[in-house]
Design a protein around this ligand. Structure first.
Ligand code: PMP
Length: 445
């Protein structure tokens, strides 16, 4: 398998030659929060795949729902006014559960095309309103908004742009709220004020009549699990409202219980114009994403569609098997998984916070089952681990040897997003194996 992989399978986000030298680790099976590789080694998955297997592995009722739908009707297009029962029921249930008037759902295959769809819907919306000159988009440094051609430009992590020539000239950034390393300091209100001022300045620079939309994650995931101060999202939402700029909350990671509630926006008391979701919607069992849009946005687009049809769609939009899985995942969330995730998240956060005295630990942050530990070589100076020593790879390998899968960013940040089904033992195992990994990393510092 390793030889075949080397010869033929192109992996995402890899330095291909070094990846090929290291060789692929083949996963074979999984149950609950544990995965087993081809050699028979069992590991705790502290990252739920790629922050997506929120319900945990091996949930039989989901497998049955998928199998039933595959037998009954494996495919139905949403084109030509056709549809399927699970897709309609899932859209209706999601609209019921979403905050405010986000009553209209557009299904995609994942998060990148959900973000990309919002860009197209927003462009269409302004055309329908007769203000097509509103064509500039703003996002936040360290934000991640996918790998599609347009959406990747809203991603504001330089590593994802190198060699591609994005972002485009209609995509702009404001500085992140990153409290641990913010030039304005770590005081929450100062950080909020600085972000508000930066957004206002960017709008003034571009002209409010040119700015279409602002994108933000309630918690920045791929940028290093950066948790904004309470009130940050609400303050920036207010600035957008003031200037008639659409607000997109990218909840691809944070929705479906990852931070506690079904949508993280609920905790921030914000009703955006759009929410993008994916991952926990179908928990990685099958691919699916969903764009939520408000009554106002939908009605404007629908009115405009009389003049020019909304020429946007995917062959696999509203896939019936994905929808059947999504419905069953929602049932599991509501029947205990959200609650279990909240309890497990509390244990995880408390456990991680108990690592504060460890000589390598500079910062601990998170909400619910989404957390990070930032490692430094000097706490006082907040000196990052030396990049030349490839800390991400080394920590990942060490954690793996200890029977733990985590996200190990090359900046020396450890990311956690365990399945919501984790038991106390699972969480304690994640914590114990983290401590072992930190001690070993300290030894060879
Ligand atoms: N937005 C955010 C906030 C994400 O975290 C991700 C994926 N990590 C995406 C968009 C893209 O989703 P996908 O990988 O499913 O295309």
């Amino acid at each position: 398998l390793i030889e075949l992989d080397r010869a033929h399978l192109v992996h995402p986000f890899s330095c291909y030659r070094s990846h090929e030298e290291a060789g692929v680790r083949v996963l074979k099976s999984a149950k609950g929060a544990r995965v087993t590789d081809a050699s028979g080694k069992t590991l705790l998955d502290g990252f739920a795949g790629l922050w997506c297997v929120n319900i945990g592995y091996g949930q039989e009722s989901v497998v049955e729902a998928a199998a039933k739908q595959l037998r009954e009707l494996p495919y139905a297009t949403g084109y030509f006014g056709l549809g399927s029962e699970p897709a309609i029921r899932l859209a209706a249930r999601l609209a019921e559960l979403a905050p405010g008037d986000l009553n209209h759902v557009y299904f995609t295959l994942g998060g990148s095309d959900a973000v990309d769809s919002t860009i197209r819907f927003i462009r269409y919306y302004y055309h329908a309103k007769g203000t097509p000159q509103k064509d500039q988009f703003i996002s936040v440094e360290y934000g991640y908004h996918g790998s599609s051609t347009a959406g990747s430009g809203l991603t504001a992590i330089p590593a994802f742009h190198a060699g591609f020539g994005v972002p485009y000239d209609w995509q702009h950034k404001i500085p992140s709220h990153y409290a641990y390393r913010n030039p304005v300091g770590s005081d929450p209100q100062t950080i909020i004020d600085a972000s508000v001022a930066a957004l206002r300045a960017k709008i003034a620079e571009l002209g409010a009549d040119r700015v279409a939309a602002f994108y933000a994650e309630p918690i920045q995931g791929s940028g290093g699990v950066l948790v904004p101060p309470t009130g940050w999202l609400k303050a920036l939402h207010a600035v957008c409202k003031e200037h008639d700029i659409l607000f997109v909350a990218d909840e691809v990671i944070t929705a479906f219980g990852r931070t506690g509630p079904l949508f993280a926006c609920e905790e921030d008391d914000v009703v955006p114009d759009f929410i993008t979701t994916a991952k926990g919607l179908t928990s990685g069992y099958v691919p699916m994403g969903a764009v939520f849009m408000s009554d106002h946005v939908y009605n404007t687009i629908a009115d405009g569609a009389g003049k020019a049809p909304v020429g946007h769609g995917y062959t696999y939009s509203a896939h019936p098997v994905s929808a059947a899985v999504g419905l069953e995942c929602l049932r599991l969330y509501e029947e205990g998984l959200l609650e279990n995730g909240r309890k497990a998240g509390k244990r995880l956060m408390e456990g991680l916070r108990s690592l504060a005295d460890h000589p390598l630990v500079g910062d601990i942050r998170g909400r619910g089952m989404l957390a990070a530990v930032e490692l430094v070589t000097d706490k006082e100076r907040k000196t990052p681990l030396p990049a030349a020593a490839d800390p991400g790879r080394r920590i990942f390998d060490r954690a793996w040897a200890n029977g733990l899968i985590i996200r190990a960013f090359n900046s020396g940040i450890l990311g956690y997003a365990p399945p919501l089904c984790c038991t106390k033992d699972d969480i304690d195992g994640i914590l114990e194996r983290t401590r072992m990994t930190l001690d070993q990393t300290l030894e060879d510092k």
